[in-house]
Design a protein around this ligand. Structure first.
Ligand SMILES: [Fe+2]
Length: 318
């Protein structure tokens, strides 16, 4: 199919009103059989004073990591299914369903900041279609681009994504690389930074949004790392080295954080954002822990933990 640059930069998306969500069963009696209505998701509460014309709330989820595959998709996909379900536990779909049910009851909008699927499969894509329906919300994650087939080599560079654009465009009805939507006077800007970096055309589009003069909430998959968020990510990922004393040390800068420091476009964009007074907050995921830190004088960055562990954060905007 033919995907134009404009299509995947600006298609409508970003957030969805909970009123347009389908209704899902709020509990599956086969697990957590006795839990009550307050025990379905692990919730953090945040408040961003962005200057909204009237208050509203968003349920922010990220990193559901669905690992479904149909047997007819072949041995490679079934191996990935068996291998990765051991990483993410097998209750990811229930976590997503419970999160959406919670949102429908408790919040005004839902935002998903990527890694909804762990890798590309027909079964995973069918789940995306089932739960997001016609109105998609949020951003992609790095895992939206993976196949987990044995011959795949991850490059964490833009051309790696090229194979996937037509596929994802068919399944995810969002602006795949950039979208913006205003709610009660607050401009939510969603962008693809799934390998840690942003591209010049995205920066250009962001500046066009800033010209509107509205308060901005930046939504993306990979956080723009602060030293503290990077330190806590390292602590979480290396439990055997995570005693308090060692964990207080700054770990080596590598991966996404290093690319953010070394890529000139991303480095300059982050420097610009730090002095952009319209920026009132950043919502991100990817590192699977709920953590927040000050990003700039006007903006906190709120990272939400893995939805596969039933994590979510409810953000109130005033
Ligand atoms: Fe990720």
């Amino acid at each position: 199919m033919n995907v134009t640059r404009r299509d995947f930069l600006t298609a409508a998306g970003g957030l969805v009103a909970v009123s347009s969500l389908p209704s899902f069963a709020q509990d599956d009696p086969s697990f957590f059989g006795s839990r009550g209505s307050g025990h379905r998701i692990m919730l953090a509460y945040q408040h961003i004073d962005a200057g909204a014309t009237s208050p509203f709330s968003i349920l922010h989820i990220s990193d559901t990591h669905l690992t479904a595959a149909y047997p007819e998709e072949g041995e490679g996909k079934m191996q990935a299914h068996h291998r990765r379900i051991r990483t993410f536990g097998g209750y990811q779909e229930a976590a997503l369903r419970d999160s959406l049910a919670w949102a429908k009851r408790s919040a005004d909008y839902v935002l998903h900041t990527g890694d909804l699927i762990d890798w590309q499969s027909e079964a995973n894509f069918d789940l995306v279609r089932k739960y997001y329906g016609a109105e998609m919300f949020g951003t992609l994650g790095n895992h939206e681009f993976y196949t987990y087939l044995p011959d795949e080599v991850h490059t964490w560079k833009e051309p790696f994504k090229d194979r996937s654009w037509p596929l994802l465009k068919d399944v995810y009805p969002i602006g795949l690389r950039f979208s913006a939507r205003t709610i009660n006077g607050v401009n939510f800007v969603c962008l693809d930074d799934v390998f840690g970096t942003v591209q010049p055309d995205q920066v250009e589009l962001f500046h066009a949004e800033a010209k509107k003069g509205l308060p901005i909430i930046l939504c993306m998959h990979v956080p723009f790392f602060t030293p503290e968020i990077w330190r806590l990510r390292a602590k979480y990922r290396a439990p055997r080295n995570a005693k308090f004393r060692e964990a207080s040390l700054m770990p080596p800068v590598k991966g996404d954080y290093r690319r953010q420091q070394e890529d000139p476009v991303t480095r300059d964009f982050i420097a610009y954002l730090k002095q952009e007074k319209l920026l009132k907050g950043i919502l991100a995921g990817h590192i699977h822990i709920t953590v927040q830190d000050r990003f700039s004088p006007t903006a906190m960055e709120y990272v939400v933990g893995g939805n596969f562990l039933f994590h979510a954060q409810e953000v109130m905007f005033t």
